[in-house]
Design a protein around this ligand. Sequence first.
Ligand SMILES: [Zn+2]
Length: 362
Amino acid sequence: MPEEYVIHARVYSPGEKPFKGTVLVEHGLITEVSRKLLRPRGYERIQSNAVFPGFCNAHVHAHMHSFAGKGIGKGYPEYFQELFRLEKRVTREQLYWDTLSFCKKMLLEGITRACNMSLHSRPIARAYSDSGMRARLAIAVKNRRTFLENERLFRIASKYERVTPDYGIANERETSKSLIEKVVLAAGKRNAGLQVHVAEAPVPSWLEGWTSVQYLDSLRVFSRNTIAVHCTYVTEKDVRILRDRRSWVVTCPVANVNVGSRIPPVRSFLGRGVGLGLGTDEPVINTSTDLKQEARFLHNSLKIPLHKVFDVMCAPGVIPRTGRVKEGWHADLVLSRAKSLKQILLGDRGVEHVMVGGEFLF
Ligand SMILES: [Zn+2]
C-alpha cells in the first residue's frame, strides 16, 4: 500500500475558513497543506468533496455498547445501580467485542479518536488498538482495586502505539480525598494525564460552601492535562478555574438530559475560552451513540454556531498533534462527500474514507 497521498478537496480545519486545496500525506503525517492544486509525482491521488480531521469522542464508556439506552429516564441514584448491575454481568470477551464494535461504529461516523473510561484495562486497550483508532484510556478509580487496575493499564498500554494511558478518578463523590491525592501523585510521577467526572450531580452537602470544581482544584486535579467531564453544576468562578488550569471540559448534554441532570453552560465555556470537547458518555444513558446527536443538540437547542460546533467535535490537541489539518500533525483524516459544514456536522451520510496515521481504515 502506498504511504504517500495527495488529497484534493475542500479543506476544513478548526479556526480556519474552509478552502479548496491540497493535503499531502507522507509516512503517517500531514506534510503540506496548500491552497493550490499541487500534483507532485509518485503520490497516489485522492479526490473528494471535503477533507477534515477525524472527530474526537472525548468522553465515552464504549464497553457498555450492548446495553444502549437501558438506563434512560432512571435518574440518580437508580441510574448508577442499573449500571453496576449490568457491568457485573459482562465477561472479558464481551468487553472486548462490545468495545471493538463501538470503535468500528465511531470510525464509520468519522470519529478517529476517543477518551474512554472503564473499570477494565486489557480488553478495552486491545479493542481500541485492534480498531486502529487513537485513544486516551483511563480507569474510573474509586477504591484500591481500581487504582491497581489503572496501574496495570500503564503496563498493558505500552504495547499499543495508538493507546495513551491516563489516570482516572470516578468522581468527587465516590472517590475519597486520600485516594484522589494518591491518583494525582501517581499521575505526576508518570507525567500522565487525568480523566475525571466532575459535577455531574448537584454539589454534595459535605463540601460546605465549596463547589465540586473548587474542591478538586484544591487537590490539584486540574493541573495534569486533565479531561474534566460534564461540569454541569458549575459557577462562573469554576469556569475561570478550569480555563486557567488549561483543563479540557468535555460536555455530554444529551446524556445529561437523559438522567435528569442540568444542561451544561456551554456558552460560558466557549465565551471564557475553555478548551471544549464533546462526548456521548455511557451508551446505557444515551438514546444514540452517535456524536452527531450531541452536535445537533449544541446547534439546534443551544444555538451554538456551526463552526464552533465543528471546533468542539475536532477538539484539537486532546491527543497531541491531532484534530487539525496542519503540517506536522498526524494524518488522521476523513474524506467526505459532504458539500458544506452543515452536511459534515448534521448530515447522516457522507463519510467516504477514514485514515488514521496515514493508514486507510476503510
Ligand atoms: Zn461518563
